[in-house]
Design a protein around this ligand. Structure first.
Ligand SMILES: [Zn+2]
Length: 325
């Protein structure tokens, strides 16, 4: 009887010990983490990059901290060229004379074209500490306005990836974003995954429709060709969409740093958002920070001052994404 109990105990230990000994963590690392989008019940897997950089720019975390960091989307071969003299106010003499050192792998001056290649370089800027703050899924006046207040006080420009249906509801908030010098990106018209990702042509239609809405409300004929895929452009499944987007003259950007404000259904407290940002910033020289000004994102507003303070303490300068302005 004793022997039987002993064997059962050994069996249970065998099954459970590896689980607690860390295989759960490594399994999680393998699949990345889930990125839940508010409007979609579909979780999106985001793959972690293989290893943190050998020369981390951002303050290292304790050695045992697990850091799932997203990889940039696979660059597509693109030769799309869009004249962007109207996109960037950088045709001013000062901006065109801004120092650029190609030897260091810095971003080239955004002179006359906006290419996917240029966007892909945003993630890697040797010797630079640049942060691109981005806010998705707005505008939502209740949260977008306080975010704009904070950015104004801090004298920082950010990029807002807006949804067409929200823009139609809140045109004044969109105008405020634009008038205060922030960048605007195209985050599709509906953000409904089922429609968007049923066919690349549907996806393109959504981009054109959103672009038109933005042009009408802002009373401009400038293109809005900087895209962020709802849920990200990661993975093989998105390959036809990435190609279609580039072939149609759009460029896209994902992110390499998150506050985790859309990572779980339950809202994370502001302190956790800051902690998550520090965690995912580690090892990157340049940060494309994903945050949201969607409904229910009040903790993003609360966390923003501390996030800015952290990035400033790390010596970051804040920039607009190419093609957002
Ligand atoms: Zn979104």
């Amino acid at each position: 009887m004793y022997a039987a109990k002993f064997i059962i105990l050994i069996l249970i230990l065998n099954l459970s010990l590896p689980f607690y000994a860390g295989s759960t963590t490594s399994a999680l690392e393998g699949i990345g983490f889930l990125h839940y989008h508010e409007e979609s019940s579909e979780p999106v897997f985001v793959l972690p990059s293989p290893k943190p950089s050998r020369t981390p720019v951002f303050t290292p975390l304790p050695a045992n901290t697990k850091i799932p960091i997203e990889t940039a989307a696979t660059p597509s071969p693109v030769n799309t060229k869009i004249p962007i003299e109207t996109l960037k106010p950088s045709s001013t003499p000062e901006a065109s004379q801004s120092p650029v050192n190609d030897d260091k792998g810095d971003l080239p001056a955004v002179s006359d074209v906006l290419t996917q290649e240029l966007l892909n370089k945003v993630y890697k800027q040797e010797g630079e500490k640049v942060a691109y703050l981005t806010f998705d899924d707005g505008p939502t006046p209740r949260f977008t306005n306080p975010i704009l207040d904070i950015l104004k006080e801090e004298n920082i420009k950010a990029t807002f990836f807006t949804i067409g249906t929200s823009v139609e509801h809140y045109p004044d908030t969109l105008r405020r974003i634009y008038e205060e010098g922030h960048g605007i990106g195209n985050h599709t018209y509906s953000h409904v995954f089922k429609n968007l990702y049923s066919d690349p042509d549907n996806f393109l239609e959504e981009l054109y429709k959103n672009e038109k809405v933005l042009q009408v409300i802002l009373d401009t004929d400038r293109p809005f060709r900087l895209v962020r895929f709802p849920g990200g452009s990661f993975g093989k499944k998105m390959e036809p969409y990435r190609k279609a987007v580039n072939d149609a003259g759009f460029v896209y950007i994902d992110w390499n740093c998150i506050s985790g404000d859309a990572e779980s259904v339950k809202a994370k407290p502001p302190k956790e958002l800051l902690a998550r940002l520090k965690e995912t910033a580690y090892g990157h020289s340049s940060l494309v920070v994903l945050m949201h000004d969607a409904p229910n994102k009040e903790n993003t507003v609360k966390a923003l001052p501390s996030i800015i303070e952290f990035l400033r303490s790390e010596g970051c300068r804040f920039e607009l994404l190419p093609g957002s302005r």
